[in-house]
Design a protein around this ligand. Structure first.
Ligand code: 2PG
Ligand code: MG
Length: 438
């Protein structure tokens, strides 16, 4: 019996910043009984210009961030369009949703409305098939489910996630040397605890930012990296590409002054042009075990990204250039990055893409081109753990969820612990770069 979509319900809930977001429940007729799938849409703070466009009410509720319009769009336009469709045919479902919206960036009905339905359908289809979501996702992608991904974990936060402080958004650690996923989580916990102790000893309160990373006042980028180095050593680890490696999300678009062509690092009292940023990043890779640098330049600086890749290739440093705002989980932009050599890794955020199918297609294109993939949470999340299943189902190799704090982050780390426990999927980590099928 085909699991047909019988009903779609939706309502407004609040995310980890207390902002409204869209939750969708989809019902399907399963083998023996009807099944239900629920998905809740995440939201970014450092959103890029090329993302699918979420819809906010802009009225006086919730500082204009209400999503009643998106909820109404699901109820009145999207639900009637997909009721009666085979829930296991995600491509057909998503084509119907895109069609109904009619705009490329899904701005007419709202990408939060469209993705809400798309995600809920995937959950309902997996439930009807009585298989885990990651196995269903793997089937949709026409592959075997993959390994539990290597996590990159945010320990120090700045930029738009910490309201002030250093402009660089995330300083992360990658437990490259841990042989198993549970061991990787233990390693990060140990480093994070050591960092917390240090911050307290230095007279800071260990308060956390939007993704659970600490946000102490930092006088320089080197101070942030030194703190990570010391914390790793305090925890009995070596800051190195073989043990505890580092990653950074510069999120440079958000301090780029396009008119002046300058990156304004006000907290550091510096203004840099493209070359200055390239020198800065290259310097980090020389001084620290940095294996991943995300959005080191503004979101449309294709040449700058390509120049950084060339420079790093030239020095032989194995540091991936990861495109987030640059690529916006968009196949067309990934294509452009492939032809121009602008990135070696793709950040994968379903709500940048707007549908499950678009997300799958981006991962597939990246894989074909030999680019690494990092499935990523947003800074505004709920306890929805879909991205954990997505990363395993697609054998993404890497995942970025935020820190080891706050329940909306832990829900995903814990889902991966559950998959690791139940399914013997194997682990992509234990080395840098991680293992994937390629
Ligand atoms: C990013 C994300 C997650 P946001 O820039 O990679 O860290 O942030 O969701 O705010 O865009
Ligand atoms: Mg980013």
């Amino acid at each position: 019996m085909t699991p047909t979509i019988t009903a779609v319900d939706t309502w407004e809930v609040l995310d980890s910043r207390g902002d409204p977001t869209v939750r969708v429940a989809c019902e399907v007729d399963g083998e023996a009984r009807s099944e239900r799938g629920v998905f809740t849409v995440p939201a970014g703070a450092s959103t890029g210009a090329h993302e699918a466009t979420e819809r906010r009410d802009g009225d006086d509720r919730y500082d204009g961030r209400g999503v009643r319009g998106a909820v109404a769009a699901v109820r009145e336009e999207l639900a009637p369009a997909v009721v009666g469709v085979d829930a296991t045919d995600q491509r057909a479902v998503d084509a119907t949703l895109e069609d109904r919206d009619g705009s490329e960036d899904l701005s007419r009905l709202g990408a939060n409305a469209v993705l809400g339905v798309s995600g809920a359908v995937a959950h309902a289809a997996a439930a009807a098939r009585e298989i885990p979501l990651y196995a269903h996702v793997a089937d949709l992608a026409g592959r075997e489910p993959g390994r539990v991904p290597l996590p990159m974990v945010n320990l120090l936060s700045g930029g738009l996630h910490a309201a002030g402080g250093i402009e660089i958004q995330d300083f992360l650690v990658i437990p490259a040397g841990a042989e198993t996923y549970p061991e990787a989580i233990e390693t990060v916990h140990a480093v994070r605890s050591a960092l917390r102790e240090r911050l307290i000893a230095d007279g800071h309160r260990p308060l956390v930012a939007d993704e659970g990373g600490f946000a102490p006042p930092l006088g320089s980028v080197d101070e942030a990296f030194s703190l990570l180095e010391s914390a790793a050593r305090d925890a009995g680890h070596e800051p190195s590409r073989e043990d505890v490696a580092f990653a950074v999300d510069v999120a440079a678009t958000h301090f780029y002054d396009a008119d002046a062509g300058q990156y304004r690092l006000e907290s550091l009292g510096r203004e840099l042009d493209r070359e200055g940023m390239l020198d800065l990043v290259e310097g980090w890779t020389e001084r620290y075990p940095l294996v991943s640098v995300e959005d080191p330049l503004a979101e449309d600086d294709w040449d700058g990204f390509a120049a950084l890749r060339e420079r790093l290739d030239g020095t032989g440093v194995q540091c991936q250039v990861l495109g987030d705002d640059l690529l916006a989980t968009n196949t067309g932009r990934v294509e452009r990055a492939v032809s121009g050599g602008a990135a070696s890794a793709v950040l994968v955020k379903p709500n940048q893409a707007g549908t499950v199918t678009r997300t799958l297609d981006v991962v597939e294109r990246a894989r074909q081109a030999g680019l690494a993939t990092v499935v990523s949470a947003r800074s505004g999340e709920t306890c929805d753990a879909t991205i954990a299943d997505l990363a395993v189902g697609l054998d993404a190799g890497q995942i970025k969820i935020g820190s080891l704090a706050r329940s909306e982050r832990l829900a995903k780390y814990n889902r991966l612990l559950g998959i690791d426990h139940e399914a013997e999927r194997g682990y992509a980590g234990g080395r840098w770069p991680p293992t994937t099928e390629g």
